[in-house]
Write a protein that binds this ligand. Sequence first.
Ligand SMILES: Cc1cc2nc3c(=O)[nH]c(=O)nc-3n(C[C@H](O)[C@H](O)[C@H](O)COP(=O)(O)O)c2cc1C
Length: 199
Amino acid sequence: MTENFLTKPADTPAKLHPLIGERWSPRIFDPGFKLDDDHVSSLLEAFRWSASSSNEQPWHAVLLRSGTKLFDEISRTGLGGFNASWAPASSAYAIVLADQLFEGKQRDMAGTYFDAGLASSQLVTQAEAMKLKAHYMGGINRDEILRTIKAQDREVICVIAIGKQGSLAGHSDELVARESAPRLRKDPADVYTIDGVLS
Ligand SMILES: Cc1cc2nc3c(=O)[nH]c(=O)nc-3n(C[C@H](O)[C@H](O)[C@H](O)COP(=O)(O)O)c2cc1C
């Protein structure tokens, strides 16, 4: 049988590094693929070495590998809507948490969310560099996840499904249609301004 793996490079005339231009968010993962210890170490160290405001590092990541009790529990109770149908075939969930406290006091959460987003992006870029794929999920049951991983004084920012991209073969029409949809972006003029002011 011919394998059918999608690529969805960014549709842009600009020269982008492949780690950026070829990243996309698949929903079809190879359910038999397992992350090894080197994968796990590199993903989490990429997260740890991100920049943060005043180097406060207001984050924590919990990485759960497929085949573990906690991965199964998050698959059952922690994922919302359509995410619950495809993400359990991935090889791991990285649960990204933001600290609510700094030296015992409430943090400025706007800056904290920004920092946690940067660290998440580094983890995803590291996944790409290792020929893995990653898919951020905000459609999640945050209270269930906090309860499952016994986190306190932290907020769940997102869960990132990580694994090896799977073949389209044998999947439902709905999933294949979503997987094959083009990657769209706003027009450049709506997103950035060069040497000028906003109109
Ligand atoms: C914070 C965040 C939350 C997201 N939540 C979901 C989600 O719950 N389910 C999903 O299928 N995709 C989710 N996505 C993926 C986006 O839909 C996707 O990144 C966007 O459509 C652009 O597609 P691309 O990543 O393939 O370029 C999320 C992305 C981000 C950054």
